[in-house]
Design a protein around this ligand. Sequence first.
Ligand SMILES: Cc1cc2nc3c(=O)[nH]c(=O)nc-3n(C[C@H](O)[C@H](O)[C@H](O)COP(=O)(O)OP(=O)(O)OC[C@H]3O[C@@H](n4cnc5c(N)ncnc54)[C@H](O)[C@@H]3O)c2cc1C
Length: 413
Amino acid sequence: MAKQVLILGGGFAGLAAARALQGAPCTVTLVDHNNYHLFQPLLYQVATGELPTEAIATPLRPLLAPTGACFRLGRVLAIDLAAHTVQLAENATLSYDYLIVALGSVTNFFGHADLALHAFDLKGVEVAEQARSRILYAFERAMSCTVASERSAWLTFVVTGGGATGVEFTTALLELIQILMRRRYPKLQNTPPRVVLIQGGSTLLPSFAPSLQAAAAAKIRALHGDILFDTHVTAYDGLTVQSVSAAPLPARTLVWTAGVRAHPLTAALPGADSHSGRVVTDALLRMPDHPEVFVVGDGLAPRHQSPWPQVAPFAIESGRYAATVIRAALLKQPPPPAFIYRDPGSMVVLGRYDAVCQIDRWHIRWRGPGAWLLWIGLNLYRIMGTRNRALTLLDWAADYGNRGNAIEIIRKK
Ligand SMILES: Cc1cc2nc3c(=O)[nH]c(=O)nc-3n(C[C@H](O)[C@H](O)[C@H](O)COP(=O)(O)OP(=O)(O)OC[C@H]3O[C@@H](n4cnc5c(N)ncnc54)[C@H](O)[C@@H]3O)c2cc1C
Protein backbone atom coordinates (compact mmCIF):
# COMPACT_ATOMS: atom_id res chain seq x y z
CA MET A 1 0.00 0.00 0.00
CA ALA A 2 1.22 3.53 -0.80
CA LYS A 3 2.66 5.45 2.15
CA GLN A 4 0.40 8.17 3.58
CA VAL A 5 1.76 11.72 3.87
CA LEU A 6 -0.45 13.98 5.93
CA ILE A 7 0.05 17.76 5.79
CA LEU A 8 -1.55 19.86 8.51
CA GLY A 9 -2.24 23.37 7.21
CA GLY A 10 -2.69 24.80 3.72
CA GLY A 11 -0.73 28.02 4.27
CA PHE A 12 2.55 28.87 2.56
CA ALA A 13 4.49 25.93 4.03
CA GLY A 14 1.82 23.23 3.70
CA LEU A 15 0.96 24.17 0.14
CA ALA A 16 4.64 24.29 -0.87
CA ALA A 17 5.12 20.81 0.61
CA ALA A 18 2.10 19.40 -1.24
CA ARG A 19 3.34 20.88 -4.50
CA ALA A 20 6.85 19.52 -3.99
CA LEU A 21 5.47 16.03 -3.37
CA GLN A 22 3.78 15.93 -6.76
CA GLY A 23 4.59 12.63 -8.47
CA ALA A 24 6.17 11.07 -5.35
CA PRO A 25 5.24 7.42 -4.64
CA CYS A 26 2.79 8.22 -1.83
CA THR A 27 -0.73 9.43 -1.09
CA VAL A 28 -0.79 13.05 0.06
CA THR A 29 -3.65 14.54 2.10
CA LEU A 30 -3.69 18.19 3.18
CA VAL A 31 -5.99 19.16 6.05
CA ASP A 32 -7.08 22.73 6.76
CA HIS A 33 -9.98 24.17 8.72
CA ASN A 34 -10.45 26.75 5.98
CA ASN A 35 -11.12 25.67 2.41
CA TYR A 36 -8.83 28.43 1.16
CA HIS A 37 -5.19 29.45 1.20
CA LEU A 38 -4.82 32.91 2.70
CA PHE A 39 -2.26 35.41 1.42
CA GLN A 40 -1.65 36.96 4.84
CA PRO A 41 0.84 39.64 3.71
CA LEU A 42 -2.07 41.59 2.19
CA LEU A 43 -4.53 41.16 5.05
CA TYR A 44 -3.84 44.72 6.16
CA GLN A 45 -5.22 45.89 2.81
CA VAL A 46 -8.52 44.11 3.54
CA ALA A 47 -8.58 45.87 6.91
CA THR A 48 -8.05 49.27 5.26
CA GLY A 49 -10.55 48.70 2.46
CA GLU A 50 -7.96 48.50 -0.31
CA LEU A 51 -8.71 44.91 -1.32
CA PRO A 52 -11.73 42.60 -1.02
CA THR A 53 -11.24 39.33 0.87
CA GLU A 54 -11.79 37.35 -2.32
CA ALA A 55 -8.58 38.78 -3.77
CA ILE A 56 -6.33 37.21 -1.13
CA ALA A 57 -8.15 33.95 -0.37
CA THR A 58 -7.76 31.15 -2.94
CA PRO A 59 -9.74 27.89 -2.67
CA LEU A 60 -7.45 24.97 -1.85
CA ARG A 61 -9.13 22.29 -3.94
CA PRO A 62 -8.25 23.86 -7.31
CA LEU A 63 -4.79 24.77 -6.01
CA LEU A 64 -4.13 21.16 -5.01
CA ALA A 65 -5.75 19.49 -8.03
CA PRO A 66 -2.65 19.63 -10.28
CA THR A 67 -0.47 18.19 -7.49
CA GLY A 68 -2.58 15.04 -7.05
CA ALA A 69 -2.92 15.74 -3.30
CA CYS A 70 -6.33 15.31 -1.63
CA PHE A 71 -7.89 18.12 0.36
CA ARG A 72 -9.66 17.44 3.64
CA LEU A 73 -11.66 20.20 5.31
CA GLY A 74 -11.22 19.71 9.03
CA ARG A 75 -10.03 21.30 12.25
CA VAL A 76 -7.07 19.46 13.77
CA LEU A 77 -7.67 18.84 17.46
CA ALA A 78 -4.78 16.63 18.49
CA ILE A 79 -1.68 14.88 17.20
CA ASP A 80 -0.91 11.42 18.63
CA LEU A 81 2.79 10.90 17.90
CA ALA A 82 2.83 7.37 19.36
CA ALA A 83 -0.16 6.12 17.35
CA HIS A 84 0.78 8.09 14.18
CA THR A 85 -2.69 9.60 14.04
CA VAL A 86 -4.32 13.02 13.93
CA GLN A 87 -7.68 13.71 15.50
CA LEU A 88 -10.08 16.08 13.71
CA ALA A 89 -12.91 18.01 15.35
CA GLU A 90 -15.27 16.49 12.76
CA ASN A 91 -15.04 13.16 14.62
CA ALA A 92 -12.46 11.60 12.33
CA THR A 93 -9.03 10.14 12.88
CA LEU A 94 -6.43 10.23 10.11
CA SER A 95 -3.35 8.04 10.17
CA TYR A 96 0.00 8.83 8.60
CA ASP A 97 3.37 7.41 7.72
CA TYR A 98 4.84 10.91 7.39
CA LEU A 99 3.42 14.02 8.99
CA ILE A 100 4.17 17.63 8.06
CA VAL A 101 3.04 20.11 10.73
CA ALA A 102 2.43 23.43 8.97
CA LEU A 103 -0.15 25.06 11.23
CA GLY A 104 1.42 28.52 11.24
CA SER A 105 1.21 30.87 14.20
CA VAL A 106 -1.38 32.63 16.34
CA THR A 107 -1.43 36.13 17.76
CA ASN A 108 0.49 36.53 20.99
CA PHE A 109 -1.39 38.77 23.42
CA PHE A 110 1.16 37.91 26.11
CA GLY A 111 -1.55 36.60 28.44
CA HIS A 112 -3.75 39.73 28.30
CA ALA A 113 -7.29 38.33 27.98
CA ASP A 114 -8.73 41.87 27.75
CA LEU A 115 -6.58 42.63 24.72
CA ALA A 116 -7.58 39.36 23.06
CA LEU A 117 -11.22 40.31 23.63
CA HIS A 118 -11.19 43.93 22.45
CA ALA A 119 -8.32 44.29 19.97
CA PHE A 120 -8.29 43.43 16.26
CA ASP A 121 -5.32 41.23 15.41
CA LEU A 122 -5.26 40.98 11.59
CA LYS A 123 -4.69 37.23 11.62
CA GLY A 124 -7.63 36.10 9.50
CA VAL A 125 -10.10 37.41 6.96
CA GLU A 126 -12.93 37.69 9.48
CA VAL A 127 -10.94 39.94 11.82
CA ALA A 128 -9.56 42.00 8.94
CA GLU A 129 -13.11 42.65 7.71
CA GLN A 130 -14.22 43.46 11.25
CA ALA A 131 -11.36 45.94 11.58
CA ARG A 132 -12.38 47.64 8.33
CA SER A 133 -15.99 47.79 9.53
CA ARG A 134 -14.88 49.24 12.86
CA ILE A 135 -12.84 52.00 11.21
CA LEU A 136 -15.80 53.04 9.06
CA TYR A 137 -18.25 52.65 11.93
CA ALA A 138 -16.06 54.89 14.09
CA PHE A 139 -16.45 57.70 11.54
CA GLU A 140 -20.22 57.22 11.46
CA ARG A 141 -20.41 57.29 15.26
CA ALA A 142 -18.21 60.39 15.38
CA MET A 143 -20.59 62.15 12.99
CA SER A 144 -23.51 61.70 15.38
CA CYS A 145 -21.58 62.33 18.64
CA THR A 146 -22.53 65.44 20.58
CA VAL A 147 -19.86 65.02 23.28
CA ALA A 148 -16.44 66.17 22.07
CA SER A 149 -14.41 63.72 24.19
CA GLU A 150 -16.47 60.80 22.92
CA ARG A 151 -16.11 61.93 19.31
CA SER A 152 -12.39 62.18 19.80
CA ALA A 153 -12.24 58.63 21.28
CA TRP A 154 -14.11 57.27 18.24
CA LEU A 155 -11.61 59.04 16.00
CA THR A 156 -8.53 57.76 17.83
CA PHE A 157 -7.04 54.62 16.30
CA VAL A 158 -4.22 52.86 18.14
CA VAL A 159 -1.90 50.34 16.51
CA THR A 160 0.49 48.33 18.67
CA GLY A 161 3.64 46.82 17.19
CA GLY A 162 6.14 48.65 15.00
CA GLY A 163 7.15 45.65 12.90
CA ALA A 164 6.32 45.24 9.21
CA THR A 165 2.60 44.59 9.70
CA GLY A 166 2.14 47.47 12.14
CA VAL A 167 3.94 49.94 9.87
CA GLU A 168 2.12 48.79 6.71
CA PHE A 169 -1.24 48.93 8.43
CA THR A 170 -0.56 52.34 10.01
CA THR A 171 0.47 54.02 6.76
CA ALA A 172 -2.48 52.48 4.91
CA LEU A 173 -4.85 53.58 7.67
CA LEU A 174 -3.51 57.13 7.61
CA GLU A 175 -4.04 57.29 3.86
CA LEU A 176 -7.54 55.84 4.18
CA ILE A 177 -8.37 58.45 6.79
CA GLN A 178 -7.21 61.25 4.48
CA ILE A 179 -9.56 59.96 1.79
CA LEU A 180 -12.48 59.56 4.17
CA MET A 181 -12.00 63.02 5.65
CA ARG A 182 -11.75 64.69 2.27
CA ARG A 183 -14.53 62.85 0.49
CA ARG A 184 -17.00 61.52 3.04
CA TYR A 185 -16.66 63.31 6.36
CA PRO A 186 -15.50 66.89 5.71
CA LYS A 187 -17.76 67.96 8.60
CA LEU A 188 -15.33 66.28 11.01
CA GLN A 189 -12.49 68.70 10.15
CA ASN A 190 -12.76 70.27 13.61
CA THR A 191 -11.98 66.95 15.32
CA PRO A 192 -9.17 65.52 13.19
CA PRO A 193 -8.72 61.76 13.64
CA ARG A 194 -5.62 60.58 15.45
CA VAL A 195 -3.57 57.48 14.66
CA VAL A 196 -1.06 56.40 17.31
CA LEU A 197 1.48 53.66 16.64
CA ILE A 198 2.79 52.21 19.90
CA GLN A 199 6.11 50.41 19.71
CA GLY A 200 7.77 48.54 22.59
CA GLY A 201 11.29 49.21 21.30
CA SER A 202 13.10 52.38 20.38
CA THR A 203 12.84 51.98 16.57
CA LEU A 204 10.33 50.80 13.99
CA LEU A 205 11.13 47.80 11.76
CA PRO A 206 13.80 46.39 14.12
CA SER A 207 15.38 44.08 11.51
CA PHE A 208 15.95 46.91 9.01
CA ALA A 209 18.88 49.31 8.59
CA PRO A 210 18.67 52.56 10.63
CA SER A 211 18.14 54.67 7.48
CA LEU A 212 15.06 52.61 6.50
CA GLN A 213 13.77 52.60 10.08
CA ALA A 214 14.02 56.39 10.09
CA ALA A 215 12.30 56.55 6.68
CA ALA A 216 9.34 54.55 8.03
CA ALA A 217 9.00 56.81 11.08
CA ALA A 218 9.31 59.95 8.93
CA LYS A 219 6.62 58.69 6.57
CA ILE A 220 4.16 58.02 9.39
CA ARG A 221 4.77 61.47 10.83
CA ALA A 222 4.43 63.07 7.38
CA LEU A 223 0.99 61.46 7.15
CA HIS A 224 0.18 63.04 10.56
CA GLY A 225 0.49 59.84 12.59
CA ASP A 226 1.98 59.76 16.11
CA ILE A 227 4.54 57.21 17.29
CA LEU A 228 5.14 56.29 20.93
CA PHE A 229 8.45 54.46 21.32
CA ASP A 230 9.53 52.35 24.32
CA THR A 231 5.92 51.95 25.34
CA HIS A 232 4.24 48.68 26.29
CA VAL A 233 0.46 48.37 26.25
CA THR A 234 -0.69 46.70 29.44
CA ALA A 235 -4.49 46.75 29.26
CA TYR A 236 -7.43 47.69 27.06
CA ASP A 237 -11.10 47.55 28.00
CA GLY A 238 -12.40 48.66 24.61
CA LEU A 239 -12.44 52.29 25.79
CA THR A 240 -8.99 53.26 27.08
CA VAL A 241 -5.52 52.00 26.19
CA GLN A 242 -3.31 51.66 29.27
CA SER A 243 0.44 51.46 28.99
CA VAL A 244 3.50 51.48 31.21
CA SER A 245 5.00 54.81 30.24
CA ALA A 246 2.31 56.87 28.50
CA ALA A 247 -0.87 58.50 29.80
CA PRO A 248 -4.13 56.51 29.41
CA LEU A 249 -5.35 56.95 25.86
CA PRO A 250 -9.10 56.94 25.16
CA ALA A 251 -9.60 55.03 21.89
CA ARG A 252 -12.41 52.88 20.55
CA THR A 253 -10.18 50.99 18.12
CA LEU A 254 -7.01 49.07 18.91
CA VAL A 255 -5.23 46.98 16.29
CA TRP A 256 -2.70 44.53 17.73
CA THR A 257 0.29 43.51 15.60
CA ALA A 258 2.75 43.13 18.45
CA GLY A 259 3.69 39.48 18.18
CA VAL A 260 2.90 35.89 17.29
CA ARG A 261 3.66 32.50 18.73
CA ALA A 262 3.48 29.06 17.18
CA HIS A 263 0.08 27.40 16.86
CA PRO A 264 -0.92 25.76 20.19
CA LEU A 265 -0.79 22.26 18.65
CA THR A 266 2.77 22.90 17.50
CA ALA A 267 3.68 24.46 20.84
CA ALA A 268 2.43 21.29 22.57
CA LEU A 269 4.88 19.06 20.67
CA PRO A 270 8.01 17.78 22.42
CA GLY A 271 10.96 20.09 21.75
CA ALA A 272 8.84 23.24 21.53
CA ASP A 273 10.39 26.39 22.95
CA SER A 274 8.35 27.53 25.94
CA HIS A 275 8.48 31.20 24.94
CA SER A 276 7.78 31.13 21.19
CA GLY A 277 6.14 27.70 20.92
CA ARG A 278 8.39 26.96 17.92
CA VAL A 279 9.86 23.46 17.66
CA VAL A 280 13.58 22.78 17.41
CA THR A 281 14.10 20.00 14.87
CA ASP A 282 17.11 18.15 13.52
CA ALA A 283 18.96 19.41 10.43
CA LEU A 284 16.38 17.68 8.19
CA LEU A 285 13.49 19.51 9.95
CA ARG A 286 12.37 16.28 11.70
CA MET A 287 11.23 16.13 15.29
CA PRO A 288 13.60 14.66 17.83
CA ASP A 289 12.70 10.97 18.34
CA HIS A 290 10.10 11.17 15.56
CA PRO A 291 11.91 11.17 12.19
CA GLU A 292 8.56 10.72 10.43
CA VAL A 293 7.27 14.08 11.73
CA PHE A 294 8.37 17.40 10.16
CA VAL A 295 7.72 20.89 11.45
CA VAL A 296 7.80 23.71 8.88
CA GLY A 297 6.90 27.39 8.49
CA ASP A 298 6.10 29.67 11.41
CA GLY A 299 6.21 26.73 13.87
CA LEU A 300 9.84 25.89 13.15
CA ALA A 301 12.46 27.24 15.57
CA PRO A 302 15.84 28.51 14.40
CA ARG A 303 18.84 26.25 14.90
CA HIS A 304 22.30 27.43 15.92
CA GLN A 305 21.27 31.10 16.36
CA SER A 306 20.52 31.41 12.64
CA PRO A 307 17.80 34.01 12.04
CA TRP A 308 14.82 32.09 10.70
CA PRO A 309 12.11 34.70 10.34
CA GLN A 310 8.40 33.95 10.46
CA VAL A 311 7.77 35.04 6.89
CA ALA A 312 6.27 33.54 3.75
CA PRO A 313 9.54 32.80 1.86
CA PHE A 314 10.89 30.89 4.85
CA ALA A 315 7.64 28.91 5.14
CA ILE A 316 7.76 28.02 1.46
CA GLU A 317 11.43 26.97 1.57
CA SER A 318 10.99 24.82 4.68
CA GLY A 319 7.81 23.18 3.33
CA ARG A 320 9.53 22.34 0.06
CA TYR A 321 12.57 21.01 1.89
CA ALA A 322 10.52 18.65 4.11
CA ALA A 323 8.89 17.26 0.96
CA THR A 324 12.34 16.63 -0.55
CA VAL A 325 13.42 14.66 2.53
CA ILE A 326 10.24 12.56 2.41
CA ARG A 327 10.60 11.94 -1.31
CA ALA A 328 14.19 10.75 -0.80
CA ALA A 329 13.10 8.41 2.02
CA LEU A 330 10.28 6.97 -0.11
CA LEU A 331 12.71 6.33 -2.95
CA LYS A 332 15.24 4.92 -0.48
CA GLN A 333 17.75 7.56 -1.51
CA PRO A 334 20.14 9.46 0.77
CA PRO A 335 18.61 12.59 2.31
CA PRO A 336 19.44 16.05 0.90
CA PRO A 337 22.06 18.24 2.64
CA ALA A 338 20.94 19.95 5.85
CA PHE A 339 18.33 22.69 5.52
CA ILE A 340 19.75 26.18 5.01
CA TYR A 341 17.68 29.31 4.63
CA ARG A 342 19.04 32.14 2.52
CA ASP A 343 17.07 35.28 3.27
CA PRO A 344 15.90 36.77 -0.05
CA GLY A 345 15.39 40.18 1.60
CA SER A 346 12.49 42.10 3.11
CA MET A 347 10.13 44.78 1.92
CA VAL A 348 7.69 46.98 3.76
CA VAL A 349 5.24 49.17 1.93
CA LEU A 350 4.76 52.72 3.23
CA GLY A 351 1.42 53.58 1.68
CA ARG A 352 0.88 54.49 -1.93
CA TYR A 353 3.96 54.69 -4.18
CA ASP A 354 6.44 54.21 -1.34
CA ALA A 355 8.24 51.23 0.19
CA VAL A 356 11.50 50.22 1.83
CA CYS A 357 13.50 47.23 0.65
CA GLN A 358 16.51 45.56 2.23
CA ILE A 359 18.49 42.71 0.68
CA ASP A 360 21.36 41.97 3.02
CA ARG A 361 23.26 39.54 0.83
CA TRP A 362 23.69 42.26 -1.85
CA HIS A 363 23.92 45.13 0.68
CA ILE A 364 20.86 46.74 -0.88
CA ARG A 365 18.93 49.43 1.02
CA TRP A 366 16.28 50.98 -1.15
CA ARG A 367 13.40 53.37 -0.61
CA GLY A 368 10.84 55.05 -2.86
CA PRO A 369 8.54 54.42 -5.83
CA GLY A 370 10.95 51.92 -7.42
CA ALA A 371 10.87 49.74 -4.30
CA TRP A 372 7.08 50.09 -4.24
CA LEU A 373 6.79 48.93 -7.87
CA LEU A 374 8.95 45.91 -7.04
CA TRP A 375 6.67 45.20 -4.07
CA ILE A 376 3.58 45.40 -6.33
CA GLY A 377 5.13 43.03 -8.87
CA LEU A 378 6.32 40.55 -6.25
CA ASN A 379 2.95 40.38 -4.52
CA LEU A 380 1.07 39.97 -7.78
CA TYR A 381 3.42 37.12 -8.63
CA ARG A 382 3.05 35.49 -5.20
CA ILE A 383 -0.75 35.67 -4.87
CA MET A 384 -2.19 32.25 -5.69
CA GLY A 385 -4.54 31.86 -8.63
CA THR A 386 -5.07 33.80 -11.85
CA ARG A 387 -8.50 35.05 -10.75
CA ASN A 388 -7.04 36.43 -7.52
CA ARG A 389 -4.22 38.16 -9.39
CA ALA A 390 -6.66 39.73 -11.82
CA LEU A 391 -8.93 40.85 -8.99
CA THR A 392 -6.01 42.37 -7.08
CA LEU A 393 -4.62 44.13 -10.14
CA LEU A 394 -8.03 45.55 -11.01
CA ASP A 395 -8.60 46.76 -7.48
CA TRP A 396 -5.16 48.32 -7.19
CA ALA A 397 -5.57 50.04 -10.56
CA ALA A 398 -8.88 51.56 -9.42
CA ASP A 399 -7.46 52.41 -6.01
CA TYR A 400 -4.09 53.89 -6.98
CA GLY A 401 -5.33 55.41 -10.26
CA ASN A 402 -8.24 57.14 -8.55
CA ARG A 403 -6.07 58.24 -5.58
CA GLY A 404 -8.11 56.22 -3.19
CA ASN A 405 -11.07 54.02 -3.91
CA ALA A 406 -11.73 52.22 -0.65
CA ILE A 407 -14.23 49.45 0.03
CA GLU A 408 -16.59 51.25 2.37
CA ILE A 409 -18.95 48.49 3.46
CA ILE A 410 -19.65 48.13 7.18
CA ARG A 411 -20.47 44.50 7.98
CA LYS A 412 -22.44 43.77 11.10
CA LYS A 413 -20.95 41.07 13.36
C1 LIG B 1 -1.00 40.48 8.84
C2 LIG B 1 0.21 39.70 8.41
C3 LIG B 1 1.09 40.28 7.49
C4 LIG B 1 2.20 39.57 7.06
N1 LIG B 1 3.04 40.15 6.15
C5 LIG B 1 4.05 39.43 5.62
C6 LIG B 1 4.85 39.96 4.56
O1 LIG B 1 4.66 41.10 4.13
N2 LIG B 1 5.83 39.17 4.05
C7 LIG B 1 6.05 37.91 4.51
O2 LIG B 1 6.92 37.21 3.97
N3 LIG B 1 5.34 37.38 5.52
C8 LIG B 1 4.34 38.10 6.09
N4 LIG B 1 3.58 37.59 7.10
C9 LIG B 1 3.97 36.29 7.69
C10 LIG B 1 3.55 35.13 6.82
O3 LIG B 1 2.20 35.29 6.43
C11 LIG B 1 3.73 33.85 7.62
O4 LIG B 1 5.09 33.76 7.98
C12 LIG B 1 3.34 32.64 6.79
O5 LIG B 1 1.96 32.69 6.51
C13 LIG B 1 3.66 31.36 7.54
O6 LIG B 1 3.29 30.29 6.74
P1 LIG B 1 2.81 28.93 7.42
O7 LIG B 1 2.50 28.00 6.30
O8 LIG B 1 3.77 28.54 8.46
O9 LIG B 1 1.47 29.33 8.19
P2 LIG B 1 0.12 29.91 7.59
O10 LIG B 1 0.32 30.53 6.27
O11 LIG B 1 -0.47 30.73 8.68
O12 LIG B 1 -0.76 28.60 7.39
C14 LIG B 1 -1.26 27.85 8.47
C15 LIG B 1 -2.48 27.10 7.97
O13 LIG B 1 -2.92 26.23 9.00
C16 LIG B 1 -4.33 26.27 9.06
N5 LIG B 1 -4.74 25.89 10.40
C17 LIG B 1 -4.49 26.54 11.56
N6 LIG B 1 -5.01 25.87 12.59
C18 LIG B 1 -5.61 24.77 12.09
C19 LIG B 1 -6.31 23.66 12.66
N7 LIG B 1 -6.48 23.55 13.99
N8 LIG B 1 -6.78 22.72 11.85
C20 LIG B 1 -6.60 22.81 10.50
N9 LIG B 1 -5.96 23.80 9.92
C21 LIG B 1 -5.44 24.78 10.69
C22 LIG B 1 -4.68 27.71 8.69
O14 LIG B 1 -6.01 27.83 8.21
C23 LIG B 1 -3.64 28.03 7.63
O15 LIG B 1 -4.11 27.74 6.33
C24 LIG B 1 2.45 38.27 7.56
C25 LIG B 1 1.58 37.70 8.48
C26 LIG B 1 0.45 38.41 8.90
C27 LIG B 1 -0.50 37.78 9.87
